[in-house]
Design a protein around this ligand. Structure first.
Ligand code: ARG
Length: 264
């Protein structure tokens, strides 16, 4: 599966004005000029890696809309939109729903009572739904998605508020390899994923820099900092590591992967 198009949203209204994860400290100032430079650099690194970037318009009331990964889950031309856990992000649902409808997708909703935060917690992998639950997304949502999309659910439980989405502590690559932070999972050996991916643990140092929140564009892996130890492992696997520093977005608990969702 190659990635030809991704969806992003520009950071003009990005700030940390509420706290819904341990990274977000209320009152933290975001340097919007730096955030904009970092976001533009991530966007051009993605483009240079061979993918086209489409944009969902930013909205003054939704500072976290920039994290488009959370918009939903996509299978071919079908999208199931997120049901955000916290009221602060619920307003994003209609904006994402509108964008996907206007861009040729068949849009549907998950029952309201099941919380689900999109690519943050799940993605389609061949005939499987790979997902996590326990902090932002509910297990019932993942089971519902697997039924709707006719996928086999391969799901794991998260263990720590700091690593509140699957994409904060796990990423897979075109080589069939994957990196993960063992302590972020109830089953720290991640045995449910073992048969599917060749797993490489990352250190606590890397986990705290959101190393697993790298964006994958085919064989390119875009990491959020150059001080990540696992970059060397990735290069040795024959992949092409790149870096787009997104330190302003770490103040909100997000890095490269959070700012992007793969389309196609
Ligand atoms: N501040 C956002 C939140 O807590 C960050 C979301 C990051 N997205 C992700 N896919 N991990 O909801």
């Amino acid at each position: 599966m190659s990635t030809k198009k991704v969806l992003m949203s520009s950071p003009e209204y990005f700030k940390v004005e509420y706290s819904i994860n341990p990274w977000m400290v209320e009152g933290t100032e975001v340097d919007l000029e730096l955030a904009t430079q970092q976001w533009n650099n991530l966007k051009s690194t993605i483009e240079l890696s061979g993918a086209e970037v489409l944009l969902v318009p930013a909205h003054p009331n939704q500072p976290d809309l920039v994290f488009t990964a959370n918009s939903g889950i996509i299978k071919e031309d079908k999208v199931l939109i997120a049901n955000f856990k916290y009221k602060e992000r619920v307003g994003e649902e209609a904006l994402f729903e509108k964008w996907f409808s206007e861009n040729g997708y068949q849009v549907a909703r998950i029952p309201k009572e099941f919380k689900f935060e999109g690519r943050g917690d799940a993605f389609v992998y061949g005939d499987k739904l790979i997902g996590s639950y326990g902090i932002r997304s509910d297990k019932e949502a993942l089971i519902y998605i697997a039924e709707q999309f006719e996928l086999e659910p391969i799901i794991v439980e998260l263990a720590q508020d700091k690593f509140y989405h699957l994409d904060t502590c796990f990423q897979h690559f075109s080589s069939g390899d994957a990196i993960f932070y063992p302590e972020a999972f109830k089953d720290s050996t991640l045995s449910a994923f073992n048969k599917i991916f060749n797993l490489h643990p990352v250190s606590e140092h890397d986990a705290n820099q959101l190393a697993c929140n790298a964006v994958v564009i085919n064989e390119n892996v875009i990491f959020p900092s150059d001080e990540i130890e696992v970059i060397e492992t990735i290069a040795n696997l024959g992949l092409t590591p790149k870096v787009a520093n997104v330190s302003e977005f770490l103040k909100s608990g997000g890095a490269c992967q959070c700012l992007v969702i793969a389309l196609n």
